[in-house]
Design a protein. Structure first.
Length: 90
């Protein structure tokens, strides 16, 4: 005996689209703030979306690239300033 209603639609495909878009947005925001946190999250979401064969493959690849760029920016700023954060007010 089934206690719940059958699913109305398959959500797996939409989940991967959301992961791809979230990866892109987090990677983009991570270039400005919290790149130590948002960069790796963007990378993980992009890899998951790509492994699950997202229809938004290009967006996931952009998120992956931006996540990697977040970490590169962080390491460059750490090498230049000797700190893990940066500010426009020096």
């Amino acid at each position: 005996m089934r206690m719940t209603a059958p699913p109305a639609r398959a959500t797996g495909r939409q989940d991967t689209e959301g992961m791809a878009v979230a990866s892109f947005v987090l990677g983009l925001v991570g270039l400005l703030v919290l790149n130590l946190v948002l960069g790796p999250i963007a990378i993980v979401l992009a890899v998951l979306a790509l492994r699950r064969d997202t229809p938004r493959r290009f967006r996931a690849l952009l998120g992956l690239g931006l996540g990697i760029a977040d970490l590169i920016v962080l390491f460059v700023l750490m090498a230049a300033n000797g700190t893990t954060s940066w500010t426009i007010f020096s």
